[in-house]
Design a protein around this ligand. Structure first.
Ligand code: NAD
Length: 542
């Protein structure tokens, strides 16, 4: 029996409120309580089997680092060989599965996550990555559901893209999986990115070896279990937490490497690219390199901006999830005429922000992810306190006695090229440069030329001409550009995400453009009635 089934139309998963008295609030509180009392032993998952190497690393709660949530078994040379072999074995079947059967796994995974798995992924993200319930909900639940639902629909559109046929000929395009395995390397800051980077190549018929970030291992492990529960066959995604350098050395050194799907910092992606470049003659093909990396995201305000909306966007954009979003506002340019009001509004909000245990729902912020990040941020703050021409207007403190807490911090600089205006700090630190109102056009040039990144950015203006001037002058400064909105919070299907310059290959996660990278098309021409005479008509006479 054959058919061409319609894929269910995707819709964005509604964000639940978790307001007092709501059923979801009771459910997440219960899940947090249960998970807080467990210590999970996280194995590798290879070919559908749990593998324990015996060498483990702990996962701790960032806002209470004495609390161990899990022990994660670390991949070794033997298990990595097994993972590559399992991916190869699974590929033979999976890459030939009908699209609707592959799609069914991800559609079901999305529904399971919208329902019975929602609070498992939310609670593990809150505890393991120190997200408030709202930040966990928009990531681990809604964004991941959206990735899985929308990508299935985008894949259907891609497959429907077929060439024309001339008379007597039938042309076709077959969107094959890549030959070999895809290596997915994922960051700590979004649970959804883990499920998307491993899931998307798999949806397109590839098999994957997935190395999660150690600090996100708990939520990523549950993501893997959820995909299994949804019917993902053994070996299609192989979960191999472990030492990043060792795992990468083994996997990038494999002849069968067909692609790298990376999100993380710019330096790491450049190292991966360099390694692949050096080994290029060794591979069976040319590995696809897709990487979304760092940002130094800006908010530039025109003198016509609404100061109240601007101040709120800056506070939310810079401090939500402790500024640990690649899209977080981290540098802002504000005209002198607006600055006193914007500054005072921001300082008042910052004073009101509560930082602490994310299980206490009154807190707006939790802790930064680990000791390394804490140390890096403290270093920048201590230096800023000493540097001339730099004023810390709010925050500036950091305390790691209980958890890795860094205060929401507002810095003002005289030098628009001061290091916190240029470098990615990845924490709750916003630096402001105040410009003369008359220097609007020069300021746009400054925004464009200040950092090597080009991920997200925003303009605030009520004057329409100013919006257009910013849109034009900053054309290449951001892959996601916002008008009168904070530069964070991209939604799958609505604002496809990614940046250029040092921020990545801009293959737009959650869009058809990303799926294109995980297929190797075969063009097929069939001649319906082939010629039987080698001579052409023009040869009939001299
Ligand atoms: P990271 O680069 O430290 O780690 C990312 C992944 O790479 C992890 O799995 C890690 O274990 C691995 N890794 C680390 N060193 C490695 C090495 N030498 N070789 C191979 N793999 C290695 O990044 P992170 O701290 O997890 O995440 C934060 C970074 O990610 C920020 O720079 C942020 O801007 C970026 N990010 C970008 C986007 C985007 O869409 N552009 C989204 C989220 C995060």
């Amino acid at each position: 029996m054959s058919s061409t089934p319609n894929i269910p139309a995707p819709r964005n998963e509604p964000v639940l409120s978790y307001a007092p008295g709501s059923p979801e609030r009771d459910a997440i509180k219960a899940a947090l309580k249960k998970m807080s009392g467990e210590v999970v032993d996280i194995p590798l998952i290879i070919g559908g089997k749990e593998v324990r190497t015996g060498k483990t690393h702990p996962v701790v709660v960032p806002h209470r680092h004495s609390h161990v949530l899990a022990h994660v078994h670390q991949a070794d040379a033997r298990s990595l060989n097994q993972a590559v072999q399992a991916a190869e074995r699974a590929w033979r079947d999976w890459s030939s599965w009908k699209f609707e059967d592959r799609a069914a796994v991800f559609i079901r995974a999305a529904e399971l996550l919208a329902g019975p798995w929602r609070q498992i992924l939310n609670a593990s993200t809150m505890l393991g990555q120190s997200k408030t319930i709202f930040q966990a909900e928009i990531d681990a639940a809604c964004e991941l559901i959206d990735f899985w639902r929308f990508n299935v629909s985008f894949a259907e559109q891609l497959y429907a893209n077929q060439p024309i046929s001339s008379p007597g000929v039938w042309n076709r395009m077959e969107y094959r999986a890549l030959e070999g395995f895809v290596y997915a390397i994922t960051p700590f800051n979004f649970t959804a990115i883990g499920g998307n980077l491993a899931g998307t190549p798999a949806l397109m018929g590839n098999t994957v070896v997935w190395k999660p970030a150690g600090t996100a291992a708990l939520s990523n492990y549950y993501t893997m279990k959820l995909l299994e529960a949804a019917g993902l066959p053994p070996g299609v995604i192989n979960f191999v937490p472990g030492d990043a350098v060792m795992v990468s050395e083994r996997l990038l050194g494999d002849r069968k490497l067909a692609g790298v799907h990376f999100t993380g910092s710019t330096g790491v992606f450049q190292t991966l690219w360099r390694t692949v470049g050096e080994k290029i003659a060794h591979y069976a093909g040319y590995p696809r390199l897709v990487g979304e990396t760092g940002g130094k995201d800006f908010v530039v305000a025109h003198p016509s901006a609404d100061p109240e909306a601007l101040a709120v966007a800056l506070v939310r954009g810079a401090y939500e999830y402790q500024g640990q979003k690649c899209s977080a506002a981290s540098r802002t340019y504000i005209p002198q005429s607006l600055w006193p009001e914007v500054r005072d509004r921001m300082i008042a909000m910052i004073k009101d922000i509560k930082v602490g245990d994310v299980a206490d729902f009154r807190n707006f912020m939790g802790a930064v992810i680990d000791a390394r990040s804490f140390g890096k941020l403290k270093g920048y703050l201590d230096q800023a306190a000493k540097d001339r021409g730099v004023s810390i207007l709010a925050g500036g403190g950091a305390d790691d006695r209980k958890g890795y807490f860094v205060e929401p911090t507002l810095i003002q600089v005289k030098d628009p090229k001061y290091r916190t205006m240029c470098e990615e700090l990845f924490g709750p630190v916003l630096t402001a440069y105040v410009y003369k109102d008359a220097d609007w056009r020069q300021t746009l040039k400054l925004v464009d030329g200040t950092s090597p990144y080009a991920l997200t950015g925003a303009v605030f203006a009520r004057d329409r001409a100013a919006v257009e001037q910013a849109r034009t002058a900053l054309r290449d400064a951001a892959g996601n550009f916002y008008v009168n909105d904070k530069p964070t919070g991209a939604v799958v299907g609505q604002q496809p995400f990614g940046g250029a310059r040092a921020s990545g290959t801009n293959d737009k996660a959650g869009s058809i453009l990303n799926l294109v990278r995980w297929v190797s098309p075969r063009a097929m021409k069939e001649t319906l009635v082939p010629p039987t005479d080698y001579r052409y008509p023009f040869m009939g006479a001299q």
